[in-house]
Design a protein around this ligand. Structure first.
Ligand SMILES: [Fe+2]
Ligand SMILES: [Fe+2]
Length: 462
């Protein structure tokens, strides 16, 4: 039996394609960019691993604030980030060891992953200095590993961290300091018609305790990935980010989470240091990662930074090119855009955002964006479809939704204006689930406990 298993692992080793290493993160305070060319890992035999007594052999090399985004294609890549108390970036080689779930043995909660060189991807770390309202400064190391060449729509297990070497004779790691093993699923290739579900929410802000108290429920919300339209935290100092990442950890280790910046991420650098996001063509250097997009199945998703006149204007060229390409792409049926400050909002706390109406709304209308999601006003509001600043019939204009707050005690009352189809105060919170298939896009807004449906609507296309 054991021989068959080893033989089978050996065969598996030959069919796994070469993995590439890429390392493109620039140290913010090193002053010199360190861009390494992609290298190819030589394939090696696939072996069963003699598991260590502990996956952490040096307590200073702990793994904290682990989370996953996409910086490249959702179907074939994943980007992992974490911090460690160990901040000597020259001596810490961040790795992600990742294996298809079907090749992993799970017995009585023990997850045994086979090892081969081609299952391990390396990245690098950069140092940054924290800031907070008391101006406390502390050196932090952020470690990032981009994993490529994964199979579409496939379950994997991974461990993240570092190790010195792998001893093939003993079949064991040398000085491993690796996380627990977690499950993660890759996305759909552009044009794949398989139905999928997306979480949409914003404005958790001061709700870290609500997140902690509800994390079992949160992590079990049945979606393929998460979109979050800003105000993750209340102020965005490093201690608050640490508490936020700790609270969200049980979700973050298993789901891709794609955020945009809100006005409460007051120290922009800390947001962008800690979330690796796609770097898109056509953006000025200072706004790279502020605006991004990706295809997932038959949908195109766009995230934008709506914070100021400067951030909004910086997106115009990118947005025009990106939406034009998406609309001309036969693979893409649905376009969903998210950003923090709503174009149209009847809430008296903040209301509509003129810079968004002036700059982006004409581009949304030109390329027939299907759904635009925002937060900032902590309530729920669905507009009529809008075109040329007027109500129009479904299919003729852009559908805007404010759906907030997710797990925050801070909420605002609802308003109503000419564009308002439905609104409700934010006292029970609100988050959305987008369900996409080849002929329909359904958006359903739930109260934070997931019990009540606030609103649901379906957009249809042949
Ligand atoms: Fe907010
Ligand atoms: Fe806000």
């Amino acid at each position: 039996m054991r021989m068959y298993f080893l033989l089978w692992l050996l065969i598996l080793g030959f069919v796994v394609s070469n993995c590439e290493l890429s390392d493109k993160k620039v140290s913010p305070d090193s002053g010199n960019s360190q861009i390494e060319d992609a290298q190819t890992i030589e394939e090696s035999e696939v072996v069963e691993v003699n598991e260590p007594a502990s996956w952490i052999t040096d307590s200073t090399k702990d793994i904290k604030y682990l989370h996953i985004t996409w910086t490249k294609e959702p179907a074939t890549s994943l980007t992992f980030q974490w911090q460690s108390s160990y901040i000597n970036i020259e001596k810490y080689k961040p790795v992600v060891w990742i294996v298809k779930a079907k090749d992993v043995k799970i017995e009585a909660n023990k997850i045994s992953m086979p090892y081969a060189k081609q299952f391990v991807f390396t990245g690098n770390g950069f140092l940054y200095t924290t800031e907070d309202i008391n101006d406390n400064k502390e050196k932090r190391a952020q470690y990032t590993v981009e994993v490529f060449n994964l199979e579409e729509d496939t379950e994997y297990y991974y461990r993240a961290g570092t190790f010195d070497d792998f001893d093939f004779e003993k079949r064991e790691f040398v000085n491993p300091n690796l996380s627990d093993a977690y499950r993660i699923k890759t996305g759909l290739k552009s044009g794949n018609k398989k139905p999928f579900k997306v979480f949409a929410g914003g404005d958790s802000q001061s709700g870290i305790n609500m997140i902690k108290n509800n994390i079992e429920y949160i992590k079990n919300i049945k979606v393929d990935f998460w979109l979050f339209y800003g105000d993750l935290v209340e102020v965005g100092t490093q201690p608050e980010w640490d508490a936020y990442f700790d609270a969200m950890q049980p979700l973050f280790v298993n789901k891709v989470f794609m955020p945009v910046q809100g006005n409460h991420e007051t120290i922009s650098e800390l947001f962008y240091y800690q979330f690796a996001l796609p770097v898109m063509p056509g953006l000025p250097e200072e706004f790279k990662e502020h605006h991004w997009s990706f295809d997932y199945g038959i949908a195109h998703f766009v995230g934008l930074n709506s914070l100021t006149d400067a951030t909004v204007k910086s997106a115009n060229t990118f947005l025009e090119d990106d939406l034009k390409r998406a609309r001309e792409n036969q693979n893409i049926k649905w376009i969903v855009v998210m950003f923090h400050h709503p174009a149209y909002s009847a809430c008296s706390t903040h209301g509509s955002t003129q810079r968004v109406i002036d700059n982006w709304v004409p581009i949304f209308e030109k390329y027939r964006v299907d759904l635009v999601l925002s937060g900032h006003d902590h309530n729920y509001e669905r507009t009529y479809p809008i075109k040329n600043n007027q109500k129009v019939s479904q299919g003729e204009g852009v559908q805007y939704v404010v759906c907030s707050p997710f797990m925050s005690p801070k909420w605002y009352s609802a308003g109503s204006d000419w564009w308002t189809y439905k609104s409700r105060d934010g006292s029970d919170g609100a988050y959305g689930i987008i369900e996409i298939d080849n002929s329909s896009l359904t958006f359903t807004a739930y109260t934070n406990d997931g019990v009540d449906v606030i609103d649901t609507f379906t957009l249809k296309k042949d």
